[in-house]
Design a protein around this ligand. Structure first.
Ligand SMILES: *[C@@H]1O[C@H](CO)[C@@H](O)[C@H](O)[C@H]1NC(C)=O
Length: 181
């Protein structure tokens, strides 16, 4: 009995450690490489930055990183309307240091456009959607409905990682139940 509960306890510790590693803040290089904050190089791939954004699952307290030539470009955080109309005149935040880091402080969509003249119109813009923790832990149910918003593509949460976290929660629950028995 003592041996069984100590095994259960160390398994519980392991699961807790796993959960902590999942909630660790991470850094994402926008576009996936150091040359990505640029005008997409072909018309057919004008949504390449948003394709990158949709392939990643962002969480509150993750950090976005932009690398670019600070003499030629910048990063503007804008409203949904500013994103849709590529309006660079009144950004929420403006960054032009060439190595910009922005912490994602809340869930929901975050809109970024290039501050260089004409760049946003040619596709240098990105929407990063941060799912809430509540959303992320509902992964036990079938894939959640895509999050829709005006002026941007539908974003379907990737269910693989969600169900992994869901499974960990279930495993934790089972272990806690076992220890309490
Ligand atoms: C851009 O935004 C500013 C400030 O919100 C606004 O005054 C201006 O009319 C906008 N321009 C366009 C073209 O939408």
């Amino acid at each position: 009995m003592a041996a069984a509960s100590s095994i259960a306890l160390s398994s519980t510790t392991l699961v807790l450690l796993l959960l902590f590693s999942f909630s660790e803040a991470r850094e994402f290089l926008v576009g996936g490489n150091a040359n990505a904050w640029n005008i997409p190089n072909s018309q057919s791939n004008s949504e390449s930055l948003n394709q990158w954004a949709q392939s990643s699952r962002f969480r509150v307290s993750d950090t976005l990183v932009w690398k670019y030539d600070s003499t030629k470009d910048s990063v503007l955080r804008v409203t949904k309307e500013g994103y849709a109309s590529c309006n660079t005149s009144d950004p929420i935040e403006e960054y032009k240091d060439g190595n910009t880091k922005v912490k994602l402080d809340k869930s929901g969509p975050h809109y970024f456009i290039s501050g260089a003249a004409g760049h946003c119109e040619k596709g240098q813009k990105v929407i990063v959607v941060v799912l809430s923790a509540r959303h992320r832990f509902m992964g036990i149910s079938p894939a959640p409905a895509p999050v829709e918003f005006e002026g941007g593509p539908a974003v379907a949460p990737i269910s693989g990682a969600t169900s992994l976290e869901g499974s960990l929660m279930v495993a934790l629950g089972v272990l806690v139940g076992f220890v309490l028995m």
